[in-house]
Design a protein around this ligand. Structure first.
Ligand code: PEP
Ligand code: MG
Length: 747
């Protein structure tokens, strides 16, 4: 294949296919394939290295190197030239390999005789499987054409690996998708779930990577692309004109579908012997590999678009629809690259767990999963390429860990953990009607955070006294356009009905930062968390906030109403927002609507500045709620979405607790009701410390109420306070250690 022509390449590929068709063991197939490739390329050596675990490559077959080194020679990812090809997912082509930086000599292989080296990655949809190498004695540099030819061969090897053609003895030749895999991700929602995989987007299986008739394949590809373009045009004409983001995505699809470069590469792949679907998948694989290395978020998004488009094209070519005929398992755990909040709501409570390759703790899908109380693990690497529909799976939302196809010992330990959690839930149910009264007789009010209608059934079952934070932005985030006043009024009224007279604190629209509305013009801000968000948007462009306030007043229909403004950083923001509300009250009165029987107007304290606001602010506010998620990020200047810095600062840090205590005092001086509604309130140890600092109302996700109440009922706050005072006096950074020791002693 030195002067590679399409026909030469096709001959090699049909040779590979013939090997595949023969009933032979995996090892024998690999041996025959390395011979075929070496012959065709005119090289002395051809070797196949496959991954035996996530970071070790093993020489699995060779023509030309010492046979005794097969299954003996191993290297780590990044080690030597072979390791570097695998790590970077890029070819290395060198006329004089021993002179290359990073070259590592493997004496047992006898490779010192060979000067030139060409290695290409064997990868499938961006997943590393191994490396294909050719070497020769003369110091020749392989032509671009030869590199390309070897990449096509590697693509076929990847497909053959996926189809199980090389299964044999030893870890490197073990069957794919059969062994246990443990994936460490990030916790999105606590809880444990056990079930079977349900792939949101089932993978297309390419069973025929090689094709004999390039003309026929080209026609298939051209027809499928024409169909794809028609589909996209139809989607564009159906898409609502107001949905800018959807339009942008579809326009990007259209651009790719018209892209000459994309088409040309796939035609070239076909000319070399790949089937149309294998050509699409080859380009998709390289796009996925590029995705990992592109730092620019916008470009990465575009590569995602290309990935989605390739999936559509594969479905058209193979006739494999999203509906594979598989039945949703009884205990489905949804596995997806990512999922939108609306789609997740469609699945609803049927799901036992959700596992996402992407997503973020603050993402809308995470918020919905939390509302549905479904354990969620995010950032799970390549789970969608590893998992098969129906695979057993364990989701540990507390630790952010997923066990795919777990071994019996892991599954039984997990079952024990779930049983213990169920037992604890029963214990919590038994104290549901009891107050969160500490041993010294202090009663702490426990409320729940909510944001969806779906949350409301938890109100009676969790034992919450009310809704301490209703995040109204969720209705805006899950829609394609600004909801209308009537719609919102209806929804808020249903929320109040479901609360059956219990207090519901409605927080006005809190958008910006990570909460970007699909229909809002994206703001190009250098630092969105410190940018135009929450009340800043509400005051600068008051139209939506006023409409929301009208909806709330109408929804109350004479019932008491609690309104809270988010992210107030200084006094005048509160007075301005409050004035808007008062004007709407007057306006509604003038229109003859019934006014709320009682009106409470509060502010969220989420920036340290507000703690130092004038006394008049504390007197004017009916209540204040500490938004600990934001307050903590600004107190420590540590991004709440950035795992690396977020965990660096403990909530029980002495300075932070002292600061919270100051807020308690300021509210105490003016007799202003104070609560804490950030996620930390739902952590039992933190909740005890907050109570010891003087907080008397905490609002948290419904599932936390039981554990928090259970611990509060077991402690004496005076003692807890003494432990904190002593720990603070010792000059330590956090009181956690002392608290944990003391709690252990409580039994
Ligand atoms: C907070 O910041 O603590 C809070 C409750 O608001 P959110 O998490 O919605 O920003
Ligand atoms: Mg906040």
């Amino acid at each position: 294949m030195a002067n590679t022509s399409g026909s030469e390449s096709r001959k090699l590929l049909s040779g590979l296919q013939a090997v595949m068709a023969d009933a032979a063991a995996g090892q024998e197939r690999l041996d025959r394939i390395t011979r075929l490739i070496a012959d065709s390329m005119g090289t002395e050596v051809c070797s196949v290295y496959l991954l035996r675990d996530a970071d070790t490559l093993e020489l699995c077959a060779t023509q030309g190197l010492a046979p005794e080194s097969v299954h003996v020679t191993r290297m780590r990812l990044g080690e030597g030239l072979v390791g570097r090809v695998a790590l970077r997912a890029q070819p290395i082509n060198s006329a004089n390999a021993p002179d290359e930086k990073g070259f590592r000599y493997m004496p047992e292989t006898g490779e010192e005789a060979y000067s030139s080296f060409l290695g290409v990655p064997i990868q499938r949809l961006g997943e590393r499987l191994g490396v294909l190498v050719v070497q020769s004695k003369d110091a020749r540099a392989y032509s671009e054409d030869e590199v390309y030819g070897l990449e096509v061969v590697a693509m076929v090897l990847a497909e053959m690996t996926e189809l199980g053609a090389f299964v044999g003895e030893g870890a490197a030749l073990s069957a794919r998708h059969t062994s246990q895999v443990m994936i460490r991700g990030t916790c999105g929602q606590e809880g444990a779930a056990m079930g079977h995989v349900w792939l949101h987007e089932p993978r297309v299986v390419v069973t025929k990577p090689v094709a004999e008739d390039p003309e026929a394949e080209r026609t298939r590809l051209t027809e499928a692309i024409a169909q794809l373009r028609t589909d996209i045009d139809q989607m564009l004409s159906r898409a609502s004109t107001g949905d800018k983001e959807q339009h942008e995505v579809l326009e990007a699809y259209r651009m790719f579908a018209q892209s000459r470069g994309w088409m040309r590469r796939m035609e070239e792949d076909i000319a070399r012997g790949l089937s149309a679907e294998a050509a699409v998948e080859k380009e998709q694989s390289s796009a996925r590999a590029r995705m990992e290395t592109v730092p620019d978020a916008y470009l990465r998004e575009r590569l995602h678009d290309l990935d989605d488009l390739s999936n559509r094209l594969l479905r058209l070519l193979t006739g494999q629809g999203k509906d594979t005929g598989a039945e949703l398992p009884r205990d489905p755990v949804l596995v997806a690259r990512n999922i939108g909040p609306a789609e997740l709501l469609d699945y609803g409570r049927k799901l036992r767990g959700v596992v996402l390759e992407e997503g973020s703790v603050g993402s809308h899908a995470a918020i919905v999963a939390r509302a549905l109380a479904i354990p969620l693990v995010i950032h799970t690497g390549r789970i969608t390429t590893e998992a098969l529909n129906g695979d057993p799976i364990l989701v540990d939302g507390d630790q952010g860990i997923v066990h795919l196809r777990p071994e019996d010992t892991v599954a039984s330990a997990f079952r024990d953990k779930m049983a213990m959690q169920a037992e604890a839930q029963e214990r919590y149910a038994s104290i549901r009607e009891k107050p969160a009264e500490t041993r010294d007789g202090t009663v702490i009010g426990l409320h729940m955070n909510a944001g969806l209608m779906a949350d409301l059934p938890s109100l009676p079952s969790s034992g919450a006294e009310g809704v301490g934070l209703f995040r109204t932005e969720l209705q805006f985030l899950t829609r394609a356009r600004v909801p209308r006043r009537g719609e919102l009024a209806g929804l808020y009224a249903r929320v109040m009905d479901a609360a059956q007279g219990k207090r519901v604190v409605f927080r006005t629209l809190d958008i910006g930062s990570d909460k970007v509305l699909p229909y809002m013009k994206p703001q190009d801000e250098p630092n969105p968390a410190l940018g135009w968000r929450a009340i800043r948007v509400g005051l600068d462009k008051p139209g939506v906030m006023r409409m929301q306030l009208q909806a709330l007043i109408r929804a109350a229909g004479g019932r008491p109403l609690s309104v809270m403004f988010p992210f107030i950083a200084q006094f005048d923001e509160f007075t301005e927002a409050r004035d808007h509300l008062m004007r709407e009250i007057d306006r509604e009165a003038a229109l003859g609507h019934v006014l709320p029987e009682r009106l409470e107007v509060g502010a969220m304290l989420e920036t340290p500045s507000l703690a130092f606001a004038p006394r008049q602010f504390f007197e004017l506010a009916d209540f204040i709620s500490i938004g600990g998620n934001d307050l903590k990020q600004f107190f420590f200047a540590a991004d709440r979405e950035n795992e690396r810095v977020r965990r660096r600062y403990d909530t029980l840090n002495v300075s932070y607790l002292t600061f919270l205590e100051q807020i308690v005092h300021r509210c105490g001086d003016s007799d202003t009701a104070l609560s804490f509604c950030g996620e930390d309130a739902g952590r039992p140890v933190e909740a005890v410390c907050f109570a010891a600092m003087g907080l008397r109302t905490l609002s948290m996700r419904p599932a936390s109420i039981g554990p928090v109440k259970s611990l509060l009922r077991r402690v004496d706050l005076r003692e807890a306070r003494a432990v904190i005072t002593e720990a603070r006096g010792s000059g330590g950074q956090s009181v956690r250690g002392a608290m944990m020791d003391w709690l252990k002693r409580q039994g």
